[in-house]
Write a protein that binds this ligand. Structure first.
Ligand code: ADP
Ligand code: MG
Length: 575
């Protein structure tokens, strides 16, 4: 019997080898042994196994922990080739795809490449998955409350007191918002729509055998890969249905593949905003990046909006909008006159909701005029997804600020609010946080602590979209070069200790003959949710809306799929 096999069998208790568990004694039946008896001490995570073959029992000792789950299961070369072929053809035929790399995308695409994907779903502890889903409602409400707390956002993100003082991008956005607050008409649309994704990793520090769920970040703008993650989960379901994954693991059962309906879930959020706007003939505006390759992830939302809600979508870049957008000075209605042949009628159409799949990075605003276009959209009656304050609420600095004493209570247990939450709810949220602090906290202390704990830390600026963070041994030299003034724009965060020894077969986007690469991996779970809020009653209408798993090679710090560091994955639940 293979030692490591047994290790994982004991942990998971589902293998055919296990026939009975009585107190601390496992009764196993397996050839070539007639009878095998195992004594385990689960509390200490140590087991001693007595293999009784004939008359001579032979003791074998090992360590037991969840980390020893063998993943991916073992398959042969030819099975691997089959899975790769089935996965990539499924991806190409079901729209789990990107546009190919091109300097300028053609006006109408003629080809696609499959998205980066994993052949096996990745194991996520069932309890942690349930917890993440249940937490989403609380997080939806929390971020809705933050976005409507003007004083808080001015203090933390503003240009006079907060991060906006030293971070130009944050400052620009905040200034646009402030200008609108200060004008005579003020903010004319009280409602905001959030399309959120809360990202987590499983935390399992060495020596511990109880995994927990820790939040990486909370996204309030352009949260992507909702609909492609649904396709990715369906692809894994298909691989199971067609091959049974060759009987390689008892975990691979349909019951362990949770359903994922992100497309309809997210479209429902946009439809709720559209309905609240109250003009059925209006359209939803998708603000997109020029030469976007991840268009299909966005198109699936459009199809759902049209098919299930009869809502039309117009796609425009900031540059398109410079020519096409108009806000009526009296009614504040936003109208778009499309320049291209995107839609049949060349007349101006009213916009109910502005959904940003661009605008989260300074690269999307190459000139000051681009910030003015953002301001123009925000000045209108159209519901913004997200509004500028909701985008600011998603700042890493806000995530850190929430961990300060009393701040979470201010948003979730304040008697002035429409509803308050229980201590248990607050504890559940708090239990997902890693330690964080600002580099400018307590004089030199923030930086000194960062130097001291560098090996266990990531530093993050106020940016989204991957590739901006500083990790571990890059931290001390980075701190040497960081002007003191800029410290307040950075937070330090303890690294989440993800389970070791898990692997997968990863297939790069359009990998061609390269095929699947087996490597040790780290998975990141994202839970989608939406929230519509800001009305006079103070209520937050919200829902959880499906999930995403991105998986990256263990040696990569970053995890963005679009940035090319990771693949789309899905979940096999394990106990
Ligand atoms: P971005 O807004 O650029 O996506 P994130 O906070 O999500 O920034 O960080 C990018 C990536 O860095 C994550 O996807 C994750 O892989 C890694 N990462 C971030 N914070 C942590 C952490 N505390 N522990 C471990 N990995 C982290
Ligand atoms: Mg991220």
């Amino acid at each position: 019997m293979d030692h490591e096999d047994l290790d994982s069998d004991l942990v998971l208790g589902t293998d055919t080898l296990l026939t009975q568990l009585v107190d601390d004694t496992l009764i196993l039946t397996s050839p070539p042994f007639l009878y095998v008896q195992t004594f385990v001490n689960t509390s200490r995570g140590v087991f001693t196994l007595f293999v009784k073959s004939g008359n001579l029992p032979t003791p074998v000792t090992g360590t037991m922990s969840r980390q020893s789950l063998q993943w991916p299961p073992e398959i042969s070369e030819s099975e691997l080739d089959t899975l790769t072929l089935l996965a990539t053809t499924y991806a190409l035929s079901h729209g789990l795809v990107y546009l190919p790399v091109a300097k300028v995308q053609p006006p109408a695409p003629t080809s696609t490449i499959h998205a980066p994907l994993s052949l096996f779903p990745s194991p996520i502890p069932r309890k942690q998955f349930e917890k993440a889903k249940n937490l989403q409602s609380l997080y939806n409400v929390l971020y809705a409350r933050i976005a409507t707390d003007v004083d808080f956002l001015d203090r933390v993100m503003g240009e006079e007191q907060g991060v906006g003082q030293v971070d130009e991008f944050t400052g620009q956005l905040w200034r646009q918002w402030k200008r609108l607050r200060d004008r005579e008409a003020g903010i004319v649309q009280p409602l905001h729509l959030g399309m959120f994704r809360s990202d987590y990793m499983v935390h399992l520090p060495e020596g511990s055998d109880s995994p927990s769920l820790k939040q990486v970040e909370f996204n309030t703008i352009s949260s992507s890969f909702g609909t492609l993650s649904q396709q990715s989960a369906q692809m894994h379901g298909y691989l199971h249905a067609s091959t049974g994954y060759f009987g390689s693991s008892s975990h691979l059962t349909q019951e362990n593949f949770p359903p994922n309906t992100t497309a309809s879930g997210l479209a429902e959020g946009l439809a709720a905003a559209h309905k609240a706007y109250g003009v059925p003939t209006a359209k939803i505006l998708f603000v997109v990046q020029p030469n976007e390759r991840n268009v299909f992830d966005q198109r699936f939302l459009e199809y759902d909006l049209l098919e299930k809600h009869s809502i039309h979508v117009i796609r425009q870049t900031f540059d398109d909008l410079a020519k096409s957008a108009h806000v009526d000075p009296q009614t504040h209605v936003l109208k778009i006159t499309p320049q291209s042949k995107q839609i049949a009628e060349p007349v101006a159409v009213e916009i109910s909701t502005v959904y940003f799949r661009a605008g989260y990075t300074p690269n999307d605003y190459p000139t000051p005029a681009h910030y003015d276009i953002r301001g123009l959209l925000e000045s209108s009656r159209a519901i913004q997804c997200p509004s500028i304050p909701l985008q600011l609420a998603g700042g890493k600095k806000v995530q850190e600020e929430l961990t300060q004493p009393g701040v979470l209570e201010q948003f979730m247990q304040n008697p002035k609010l429409a509803t308050t939450h229980s201590r248990e709810d607050l504890e559940a949220i708090r239990s997902t946080w890693m330690e964080m602090w600002s580099l400018d906290s307590d004089g030199e202390n923030g930086v000194d602590r960062a130097r001291e704990h560098a090996d266990n830390l990531v530093l993050k600026p106020q940016r989204e979209g991957g590739g901006n963070n500083v990790y571990k041994d890059a931290i001390p030299p980075f701190l040497d070069s960081l002007p003191e003034k800029e410290r307040s724009a950075w937070i330090a965060m303890r690294l989440i200790a993800t389970p070791k020894g898990l692997g997968n077969y990863l297939v790069r986007a359009g990998a061609g003959t390269e095929g699947a690469v087996k490597t040790n991996v780290i998975s990141e779970l994202g839970i989608f949710g939406w929230a519509l809020f800001g009305g006079e009653d103070g209520k937050v209408k919200e829902k959880e809306a499906g999930w995403l798993v991105r998986t990256k090679g263990e040696d990569s710090n970053e995890g963005g799929v679009a940035a090319g560091f990771s693949v789309l994955d899905s979940i096999v639940l394990v106990d």
